[in-house]
Design a protein around this ligand. Structure first.
Ligand SMILES: Nc1ncnc2c1ncn2[C@@H]1O[C@H](COP(=O)(O)OP(=O)(O)OP(=O)(O)O)[C@@H](O)[C@H]1O
Ligand SMILES: [Mg+2]
Length: 179
C-alpha cells in the first residue's frame, strides 16, 4: 500500500463494519515539530481486550482458525517505520480509537495521497455513518462534516454523482490550501 489516504480508508472501513454512527478522521501536521498525527475514532461496537493485541500482529494466529486482517498491522508498521508510534484502544459497546504518529520528514513516510477520494469512497460505503474530517497543518485548518453538508443542502444522503464530483473538487482545493 502506498499512500496514507489508503490506510485511512482501510481503518475507516473497519469503523463502518463495526456499525459506527460517527467516524472522526483527525489529521494534524506540524512541520516545525516534524510530526504527523492521524487519529480515527468511532462509536461502533468496539473490540474485546484480548482481541486488541491479536489484531495488531498478523502472525499471531493462523489464517485457518480465524481470519486475521492486515489493515491494522500495516498502519502500525507504517508509523513505526517512521520513528512514530501506533496505538489502538477500544471499549466494548462504546467505540474504538486508532492513533498513528509519524516523523513528518522521515524518508519512509508515505505521502498523504488523495484524501478527497478516500472521503468519497467512505461516503459511498457508509449507509448510516456520519463522517467528520478535520485537518490541521501548521495553524491552518479545514473541517468537513457530512452531517452539516446534508443540512445545508437539505438532502438525506450525499450519494449523487454531481454532488460527489463537486465535493471532491472542493475538498481537494481546501486541502491544497493548507500547504
Ligand atoms: N474500529 C473497529 N471496531 C471494531 N472492530 C474492529 C475495528 N477495527 C478493527 N476491528 C476488528 O479487528 C479486525 C482486524 O482489522 P484489520 O483492519 O486489521 O483487518 P480486517 O479489516 O479484518 O481485514 P483487512 O483490513 O485486511 O481487509 C477486524 O476484522 C475487526 O474484527
Ligand atoms: Mg480492515
Amino acid at each position: 500500500m502506498d499512500d496514507l489516504s489508503l490506510y485511512i480508508l482501510d481503518i475507516s472501513e473497519n469503523c463502518i463494519d463495526a456499525g459506527a454512527k460517527n467516524i472522526e478522521i483527525i489529521i494534524n501536521e506540524d512541520t516545525k515539530k516534524d510530526i504527523l498525527i492521524i487519529e480515527i475514532n468511532d462509536d461502533g461496537k468496539g473490540i474485546d481486550e484480548d482481541m486488541i493485541k491479536l489484531i495488531q500482529n498478523p502472525f499471531t494466529t493462523s489464517r485457518t482458525t480465524r481470519k486475521v486482517g492486515l489493515g491494522i498491522p500495516f498502519f502500525k508498521e507504517a508509523a513505526e517505520s517512521c520513528e512514530g508510534k501506533f496505538s489502538i484502544s477500544s471499549a466494548k459497546g462504546i467505540g474504538t480509537k486508532v492513533k498513528a504518529t509519524f516523523k513528518h520528514s522521515h524518508i519512509d513516510r508515505k505521502p498523504m495521497g488523495d484524501i478527497a477520494e478516500t472521503l468519497i469512497a467512505l461516503i459511498l460505503r457508509a449507509e448510516k455513518t456520519e463522517i467528520l474530517y478535520y485537518h490541521k497543518r501548521n495553524g491552518k485548518d479545514f473541517t468537513f462534516r457530512t452531517k452539516d453538508l446534508k443540512l445545508q443542502l437539505k438532502v438525506k444522503d450525499l450519494k449523487q454523482v454531481m454532488l460527489l464530483n463537486s465535493l471532491k473538487k472542493i475538498v481537494k482545493q481546501k486541502i491544497s490550501e493548507l500547504q
